[in-house]
Write a protein of this length. Structure first.
Ligand SMILES: [Zn+2]
Ligand SMILES: [Zn+2]
Length: 108
């Protein structure tokens, strides 16, 4: 499955730049990394953009599932672990510089 580029809703503290959500470690730990200087920082659920689940057509909520963040449908039991959707940290460089469309209304 192709990885998604999800940007944090919060600008980076260091450069006030967009922050890309990436997997920073094995086991599904995600961080938000500054797109200007690559500095990682912790991410909170409210920094993660809401995603629309196409089958249910309603925005999914960000919840902690098995100690990792996941998009969960408010209507049924669909769960998408965010670490399975976003690129690993080391893949990040490959994606850096791509022009990314607005992901606020991103659908799976
Ligand atoms: Zn920075
Ligand atoms: Zn659903």
């Amino acid at each position: 499955m192709a990885k998604s580029l999800l940007y944090s809703l919060q600008s980076s503290h260091c450069c006030a730049s967009r922050s890309l959500i990436v997997v920073s470690r094995e086991g599904g730990f995600i961080t938000q990394n500054c797109t200007s200087c690559d500095k990682p920082r912790a991410i909170r659920p409210e920094h993660i953009p809401s995603a629309l689940y196409t089958l249910c057509s309603i925005p999914m909520l960000v919840k902690v599932v098995n100690k990792n963040y996941a998009y969960t449908c408010q209507r049924c039991t669909n769960i998408h672990m965010i670490y399975q959707l976003v690129p690993a940290w080391e893949e990040y460089f490959k994606y850096n510089g791509f022009a990314i469309p607005n992901l606020d209304n991103y659908s799976f």
